[in-house]
Design a protein around this ligand. Structure first.
Ligand code: DGL
Length: 266
């Protein structure tokens, strides 16, 4: 059986784990929520690189992982190149805001992007954005909104703050959109857990896009696996550098998992 390590700054990567469990039911997943250091979105590049490196080293040493999924847009944007350089033989799959799929589906060509400040300020994001905005055929316009505090509110399961911040950021998106926006990219793995609130605020004419399934399929390709039919999925191992009880609750609420999370010191 293959073992795949998955990590995020906290509970957000559970949105990617949900897709991984659906697409790769025969794989054993070890999920690390780095909640003691969340949110990553407003941290420095060296802090995020250091945390990503420590978690990856622990996953390799303790669980001998066959592949790693960086289930965090911010860590992908700021640390994946360094991880790949340190672990050249380990297949590593990252998560990037779904700008390409959004560009492929938008009719109005005005697309909102909600992400952390770290992701939006990264060179990796700037490259992806400019490729699509300068495309000769059918260019798109991205309206990018940093969502300070939103991942943290989701991490703390603070519904009131989630509602207030989502309302503020949707107003800001609309103010800055030069035309009708028909697509909004959820560029942080925490945000699918606020999708209902965002959908309500944005209305029925806006499609929300996230990357969970695409990342899971990419992971399957990287492992060289075909679509599996497995009667009993292997329950994932859940670990948190913060409060494991919070991770257990989030995994139960959003993924229906009964697995109890353990404490990780890394
Ligand atoms: N879930 C992460 C992301 O996709 C990080 C959010 C945060 O910790 O700020 O960007």
């Amino acid at each position: 059986m293959k073992t795949v390590g998955v990590f995020d700054s906290g509970v957000g990567g559970l949105s990617v784990l949900r897709a991984l469990l659906t697409e790769l039911p025969g794989v054993r997943f070890v999920y690390v929520a780095d909640s003691a250091y969340a949110p990553y979105g407003e941290r420095t590049v060296s802090e995020i690189t250091d945390r990503s490196e420590r978690i990856t080293a622990w996953l390799r040493h303790t669980h001998h992982i066959d592949a790693l999924v960086v289930a965090c847009n911010t860590a992908t944007a700021l640390a994946i190149d360094s991880l790949r350089a340190t672990h050249p033989e380990l297949p590593i799959v990252g998560v990037e805001p779904a700008l390409k799929p959004a560009a492929a589906m938008s009719h109005t060509r005005h697309i909102g992007v909600l992400a952390t400040r770290g992701t939006l300020n990264s060179e990796r994001f700037a490259r992806l954005r400019s490729q699509l905005e300068s495309a000769a055929s059918s260019p798109v316009h991205f309206i990018c909104q940093p969502c300070d505090g939103l991942a943290d509110a989701i991490e703390r399961d603070d519904l009131q703050t989630q509602q207030t911040l989502c309302a503020r950021y949707v107003v800001a998106l609309r103010e800055h959109a030069p035309g009708d926006m028909d697509t909004v990219v959820l560029g942080c793995t925490h945000y699918p857990f606020a999708a209902d609130v965002l959908a309500q605020l944005l209305g029925p004419n806006v499609t929300l896009v996230d990357t969970g399934i695409a990342v899971a399929r990419r992971t399957r390709d990287v492992l060289g696996m075909s679509i599996e039919t497995v009667t009993h999925a292997t329950p994932p191992l859940l670990l948190s550098t913060g409060d494991p009880e919070k991770l257990s609750q989030a995994a139960s609420r959003w993924l229906g998992l009964r697995t109890r999370a353990d404490q990780l010191v890394a």
